[in-house]
Structures are given as C-alpha cells and as structure tokens.
Write a protein that binds this ligand. Structure first.
Ligand code: ADP
Ligand code: MG
Length: 237
C-alpha cells in the first residue's frame, strides 16, 4: 500500500482493509495531493458522490477497480482523481512519456472527460492530449503524442497512433482506464481493443467504469485484471 501523505486523517484498520479515509465524504478529507484538491475546488467539487466514495479508497490504494453506477453518478472523477494521484506519487515528469491512457467509446464523451481532466488536473504539471478521430490534424498529433503523459482517446484513434506514429511508446504505462467499459468491450470494438491491449504492459493499474457491471470473465482475463474490486452503486444517497 502506498504511504498516505502526512496530512491524511488518522488511520483505522477494519475488515482487513487499511483505509485511512474510509467514510470520507468531502474531497478535502482525502489523502490526495494539494494540486488535485485545488483542481477539485476549481471545479467546485466538494462532496463525494456514492460511486466516488465507494471506489476511491481502493483505486487510491493501487487496486484494479470495476465500477458500476448509473449515468450521471460521477464516474469521471472516480477515475480522473486516481490517475492524477498515481502519476503524482510516481513523480511523473512531463518528459516521462505516456503514464496513463483513458479510453472512451465516442469522441463526444472523450471530449467531455478531457474537459474534466483539464480542470481537476490544472495544478499538476502533466501534459494531456485528446486523441479522437475525425480531425485532420493526425500528422500534428503524431509529432506531439510522444510528449503527452495522459492520453484521452477513442479506441480507433489510439490504435492508429500505435500503428502509425514513429516511436510511439507506452511501455511505461501506469494506469489504463476504460470509461463506458461495457461499450468498449462490446463486439464492435473487439478487434481494435485486443490490438491495443496486446501492446500495453501487463503490469499496470486498470479501471473499468460503466453503467452496468462487466461480468464477462473472458473480458476481464484479456485485460489482465489483478484481483479487481467490484463496486456497484445502484442508488444515490
Ligand atoms: P457519469 O460518468 O457517471 O455519467 P459524470 O462523471 O459525467 O457522471 O458526472 C455527472 C455530473 O455530475 C457532471 O456534471 C459532474 O460535473 C457532476 N459531478 C460529478 N461528481 C461530482 C461531485 N463530487 N460533486 C458535484 N458534482 C459532481
Ligand atoms: Mg461517464
């Protein structure tokens, strides 16, 4: 388990799970960096939603998470925060290359989550890029993609870079996120996703978030999930 930062609330041990912030309902009570807290304040986020409260203790401790909660329940911050914290704790520098890949099924959703990442990540010094199809700037993207730390992308565009961009390197990847995972794991993306996964290091943290719980054992196996934490939230408190 990572050492909690010194400003963390007093720890407690329960049910075999060491979690210094179990039960935190406000972002300022979480043992996360000041940079992230300032970004959350910037976005006017103060109280955690149910899925954030249920998943962050696990994701911030380095575990793989499969999270299910209905649309509008706040799944974006449930993965954006631990992505930022992982790179922060690893002292990721802008020159360190790709540290996290966040995959979204559509350009529109990718764009929306990129906007959230920009706000919450504002006080970190990571570089992030939105790689989605349908734009003409692929050549420009190819020059920049190797300098990005966090990639927010659609499956097709990511694979295009893996195939075509010289020296595209994600061998240091720390965190992989599949947003709307059920849609990305759907048959329509199967070939693309398999080709992507085969090029990613297996030793990494993986988050899957969607409105319904991903149950396919085969899917979980191909994603090399390690003893994942299953979290389902059906009702907002
Ligand atoms: P989902 O991905 O589960 O559909 P989103 O992450 O898109 O949900 O969040 C839905 C809405 O709730 C967004 O407008 C977002 O800004 C807002 N939101 C998310 N988390 C919080 C929070 N902790 N406090 C206040 N608003 C939040
Ligand atoms: Mg969402």
């Amino acid at each position: 388990f990572p050492e909690p930062p010194i400003d963390a609330p007093v720890g407690r041990v329960g049910a075999g799970l060491y979690s210094p912030y179990a039960g935190s309902t406000r972002f300022d009570q979480l043992p996360i960096s000041k940079n992230t807290k300032d970004g959350l304040r910037e976005g006017k986020f103060t109280e955690l939603t149910e899925i954030q409260r249920a998943s962050l203790p696990h994701s911030l401790c380095g575990r793989d998470v499969l999270g299910a909660a209905k649309t509008g329940s706040g799944k974006t911050l449930a993965f954006v925060i631990p992505v930022l914290e992982k790179l922060y704790r690893e002292k990721w520098s802008p020159e360190a290359g790709v540290g996290s890949i966040i995959i979204s099924p559509t350009r529109e959703l990718a764009g929306q989550l990129f906007d959230v990442l920009k706000i919450v990540g504002k006080y970190h010094c990571f570089s992030a890029g939105l790689l989605i199809g349908g734009r003409k700037e692929i050549e420009l993207e190819k020059e920049k993609v190797n300098d990005l730390n966090i990639l927010v992308c659609t499956p097709g565009r990511l694979l295009q870079h893996m195939d075509e961009t010289p020296n595209f390197d994600c061998s240091q990847l720390q965190v992989l996120v599949l947003d709307e995972a059920d849609r990305i794991l759907d048959v329509g993306f199967k070939k693309t996703l398999n080709a992507i996964i085969s090029q990613l290091p297996k030793r990494r943290q993986t988050f899957l978030f969607s409105a319904t719980q991903t149950k396919s054992v085969q899917d979980l196996a191909r994603l090399s999930l390690k003893d994942p934490e299953y979290i389902s939230v059906h009702q907002e408190s």
